[in-house]
Ligand binder design. Structure first.
Ligand SMILES: Nc1nc2c(c(=O)[nH]1)N[C@H]1C(S)=C(S)[C@@H](COP(=O)(O)O)O[C@H]1N2
Ligand SMILES: [Mo]
Length: 319
């Protein structure tokens, strides 16, 4: 069983501790996960679906930063397939059928095919990774994900030498997704995203199937989503049904919608402003009108170990 501690080093100032209540939530959450019997007992048996076995779980470790309260992470979401308001996903995503689920692997690989999710996950250890998620709209959260490196799936798929990028596609199912039917959406569906192969193979890039010790709620991208913690949140595509290996750089939803504002790379960078707002600081949720809980944004969202992926690149040009 793997035990990972994944928030990279940064000392926390007392002012960043959001409230007594948040702090005590975190303590109780961690102690819950600290007992492996409880992990197996509570989390696995309360889960819908049958993909996880008890032994696949690992324990959480305290990383020093406040974990965002679970109810905020489940109710303040971007998932345009269910509407453009932050409250829409929670309200509408429960209608999404997430079991059974299959994922198509295609493009430049030795093992293309359509895989049932449980087959795709076979023999893969699930770890807990506590990651910051920094949205391009300048708010952020700290979320305990349950997942595994994207590289494990890449290795199973056996990409050809010519594969330079990986692209991801979200389910498009209008009957269950009111945002897909809406004429007011600013983006096209299906939602698509992509990474350069070396980015996708970096150990920090994970596929998540759960959070807070349970399977993902639908509004957070059930049953299977990407989490790339050093990039703006929109790269972390939800409810994935297709993974394709390509030679050329794939199209990405927000770049298609507005190329001047959203590039392919989308690395968190306090030094490169969005054309309409600064990226120098962020509101760490929970945040209110009177206590914004504003903190400085860090290059690569604090995950400086990814820096060597971009050495020699002008990060203003490749935003
Ligand atoms: N398919 C899909 N994936 C998506 C989005 C979306 O609208 N559709 N929104 C993105 C954005 S902008 C963010 S900030 C994160 C939010 O993830 P969370 O709701 O789990 O915090 O999901 C990303 N993944
Ligand atoms: Mo976002």
């Amino acid at each position: 069983m793997l035990i990972k501690k994944s928030i990279s080093g940064r000392s926390i100032r007392p002012s960043e501790i959001t409230s007594e209540e948040t702090y005590s939530n975190r303590r109780s959450f961690l102690s819950l996960l600290g007992g492996s019997a409880v992990i197996g007992g509570l989390n696995v048996h309360a889960l819908p679906g049958t993909w996880l076995s008890e032994k696949q779980f690992s324990r959480a470790e305290d990383t020093g930063e406040d974990i965002t309260p679970e109810d905020i992470a489940k109710s303040y979401n971007n998932f345009y397939e269910f509407g453009t308001a932050k409250s829409d996903p929670r309200q509408h995503a429960h209608r999404l059928t997430v079991d059974p689920w299959s994922v198509e692997i295609s493009g430049l690989v030795e093992k293309p095919g359509v895989y049932a999710l449980e087959d795709l996950l076979k023999n893969i250890d699930i770890e807990e990774r506590i990651y910051r998620l920094r949205c391009v709209e300048a708010w952020s959260m700290v979320i305990p994900w349950l997942g595994f490196p994207v590289n494990k799936i890449i290795t199973k798929a056996k990409p050809l030498g010519s594969a330079k990028y990986v692209s991801f596609t979200t389910l498009r199912r209008p009957e269950e997704m009111p945002g897909v039917r809406s004429v007011f959406s600013s983006i096209d569906f299906p939602y698509v995203e992509g990474l350069r192969m070396d980015e996708a193979r970096h150990d920090l890039a994970i596929f998540a199937i759960g959070m807070y010790g349970k399977l993902l709620p639908n509004q957070n991208g059930a049953p299977f989503r990407l989490v790339v913690p050093w990039k703006y949140g929109f790269k972390s595509i939800k409810s994935i049904v297709k993974i394709e290996f390509t030679e050329s750089q794939p199209a990405t939803t927000w770049n298609l919608s507005n190329a001047r504002e959203y590039g392919f790379y989308s690395n968190v960078n306090p030094n490169v402003d969005h054309p309409r707002w600064s990226q120098a600081t962020e509101r760490r949720l929970p945040s209110s009108l009177f206590n914004q809980n504003r903190i400085d944004t860090q290059l690569f969202n604090g995950y400086s170990e990814v820096g060597n992926l971009y050495s020699g690149m002008d990060l203003r040009r490749f935003y």
